[in-house]
Design a protein around this ligand. Structure first.
Ligand code: NAD
Ligand code: TYD
Length: 345
């Protein structure tokens, strides 16, 4: 397959591209991949280092909101599919500056799906999130039919994007799919999200800012399990369908449990945990019913959370220069703005 992967210099996109050239090739044959990414603070060419030398791979710097740039890359080759990972992705940043989320997540998605359809690219896959469904109480799981009820500018903008993509199917009969996954973890995740932030802070003996009572629940999905699901939907997804992709029930954890597990793996003291003021509009619990993708394509998560977390923590221990380069400059500005007052209280 020839794929245009937008947002491929970020965490999940870069893991997916590496997965395509290894496991994906064993399953589906050879691939050619072009990554289009504007390299925001979260995009990092180091995540794709060496791929152009070893594989049929090309990187193009460009913004998905830029119609001319998108048209140019789409006209440059004959693609079989577009997979869109490009997004502003951090809930806390969306609380501070929501407009960028509307621009990239909503406008950018519309530019992309429009261009892909007009160029007769056979398939368009939108990588979305379980956060479009809002927050759960103590029981139940999100199904594809659960009403959309987003809480943040991040999840609201992802919801808008989903609806625009699905509208391209209803209006034009275009072959689109949307996947909605739960919280991913693994290597190359930008250290603003819970697991990489807490691992890298603990390695530097800095406080771990745990929001509220620490009992919010997330369903943890290893990024390789996610890549396998994306491969299946790309190959077999039925037109206009949404597929939920989630962690196993055993991977549904309170944040405090994840925090304690990280500290234990690193041999660091619990005194590093610093309870801080809660995130505004903090969703209490996410859990995903993935029976549709299991029934249709036989997918279910394979990486057990304890093992996956250990491998992930080891990766951050062994790749200090990757995250130390990031945890400076612009990163520190956001960290001080967002956590400064919270950590003083
Ligand atoms: P990320 O923040 O690590 O990477 C996003 C990438 O998109 C970066 O490389 C960035 O440079 C690029 N990008 C941003 N704006 C762009 C623009 N206007 N034009 C071109 N490129 C742009 O994100 P991630 O964690 O890898 O998430 C990938 C996708 O998966 C997102 O759509 C996100 O909503 C979704 N998702 C992520 C998670 C998770 O746990 N990380 C969970 C559910 C869904
Ligand atoms: P995050 O990784 O930001 O993902 P999301 O908000 O998209 O689920 O957060 C995961 C959970 O960890 C969420 O319940 C918020 C919590 N959290 C903290 O307690 N402290 C932090 O510093 C961060 C970034 C997250």
């Amino acid at each position: 397959m020839k794929l245009l992967v937008t947002g491929g210099a970020g965490f999940i996109g870069s893991n997916f591209v590496r997965w395509l050239f290894s496991e994906g090739t064993k399953l589906y044959g050879a691939h050619r991949v072009v990554v289009l990414d504007s390299l925001t603070y979260a995009g990092n060419l180091a995540n794709l280092a060496g791929l152009d030398k070893e594989y049929d791979f090309r990187f193009v710097k460009g913004d998905i909101t830029d119609e001319a740039a998108v048209a140019e890359v789409i006209a440059s080759e004959t693609f079989d599919a577009v997979v869109n990972f490009a997004a502003e992705t951090h809930v806390d940043r969306s609380i501070v500056s929501p407009l960028e989320f509307v621009r990239t997540n909503v406008e950018g998605t519309q530019v992309l799906v429009n261009a892909a359809r007009k160029a007769n690219i056979k398939r368009y896959l939108q990588i979305s999130t379980d956060e479009v469904y809002g927050s759960l109480g103590p029981t139940g799981r999100f199904m594809e039919t659960t009403p959309l009820d987003p809480s943040s500018a991040y999840s609201a903008s992802k919801t808008g994007a989903d609806l625009l993509v699905l509208a391209a199917h209803r209006t034009h009969g275009y072959h689109v799919n949307v996947t909605r996954c739960s919280n991913n973890y693994g290597p190359y995740q930008f250290p603003e999200k819970l697991i990489p932030l807490f691992v890298t802070n603990a390695l530097e003996d800095k406080p771990l800012p745990l929001y509220g009572d620490g009992k919010n629940i997330r369903s943890w999905l290893h990024v390789d399990d996610h890549s396998r699901a994306i491969g299946l939907v790309l190959e077999q997804g039925r037109p206009g369908e949404v597929y939920n992709v989630g962690g196993a029930p055993e991977s549904e954890k309170e944040n405090i449990e994840v925090t304690m597990a990280v500290l234990k793996l690193l041999g660091k003291p619990e005194t590093l945990i610093k309870p801080v003021e809660d995130r505004h509009g903090h969703d209490r619990r996410y859990a995903v019913d993935y029976s549709k993708i299991e029934r249709e394509f036989g997918w279910k998560p394979q990486v057990c959370f304890e093992e996956g977390l250990k491998q992930t923590v080891d990766w951050y221990v062994n790749n200090k220069s990757w995250w130390q380069n990031i945890k400076s400059g612009e990163y520190l500005k956001f960290y001080d703005l967002y956590y400064g007052e919270r950590l003083k209280k």
